[in-house]
Design a protein around this ligand. Structure first.
Ligand SMILES: [Zn+2]
Length: 248
């Protein structure tokens, strides 16, 4: 996949990096990424990936913009209230970078349709706001053998993890939350700047993973405390009895 002169100019600050170069920039252009949720996490992830020149972006969100979203979702404006987040995110991407092909999907992703919606992508980034969706997305990624980057922020706590084959996200959270469909942010609150921090970290991890920068992060969970402002990293042990990725 070659880069045109306009792209070489646009991505010059990437290409000059030895870790990226023309080879890495072509990998970004060749990549197809699905973003689940155009909310707080998505508002950081989608502009970063579109700006970075990810070739194909699928944006999955069935929601419309509400005034209570605006403190953490800078993809949207006051006048957007009531309009589709997936469609507005598409318009944002089109205005930012015409070398990116974006596809909006205005559907609620669940266990029934996740496999169909996520197939064909090189990476899935989940920034949804509830466990039932996250588990359905994770199970589909295991089934499709697509790496999953899961990012979440609630109150002052953030977490970002990359899951490939084993361990999977279900190894981490278990089976207790499949029926949970509450909106964590609505119930518990979240600091707007925290979702931006966590979303930007997720975007960086996504780009590093696609280009092949640094050591492989699969199976590690990065935790951020928005009060102490400290990151720490833990390793997720595979669950041999996991019903998604386990061998039993
Ligand atoms: Zn698992």
């Amino acid at each position: 996949m070659s880069l045109r002169d306009e792209e070489l100019e646009r991505y010059a600050r990437h290409i000059v990096l030895p870790q990226v170069g023309g080879v890495g920039q072509r990998k970004l252009k060749a990549a197809s990424v699905a973003v689940v949720g155009a909310g707080g996490i998505g508002s950081a992830v989608i502009p970063a990936l579109a700006g970075a020149g990810i070739g194909q972006l699928t944006i999955i969100d069935d929601d419309v913009v509400e005034p209570a979203n605006l403190h953490r979702q800078p993809l949207f404006r006051e006048r957007d209230a009531g309009y589709s987040k997936a469609d507005l995110a598409l318009q944002f991407v089109q205005r930012l970078n015409r070398f990116v092909t974006a596809k909006p999907v205005q559907q609620r992703i669940d266990a029934g349709n996740a496999g169909e919606l996520l197939t064909g992508h090189d990476l899935v980034i989940d920034g949804s706001d509830n466990f039932a969706t996250r588990l359905a997305v994770s199970d589909a990624c295991v089934g499709l053998d697509v790496p999953l980057l899961s990012a979440a922020a609630v109150q002052f706590q953030g977490q970002v993890g990359l899951f490939r084959a084993q361990p999977c996200y279900r190894c981490f959270v278990g089976d207790a939350f499949d029926a949970d469909d509450c909106d964590n942010c609505a119930e518990l609150g979240v600091l707007g700047a925290l979702t931006a921090t966590v979303g930007s970290f997720a975007a960086l991890l996504a780009i590093n993973t696609i280009v092949g920068i640094g050591e492989d992060q699969a199976g590690k969970l990065h935790l951020f405390d928005g009060e102490t402002l400290e990151w720490r990293t833990i390793r997720i042990p595979p669950d041999p009895r996991c019903r998604a990725c386990g061998s039993a």
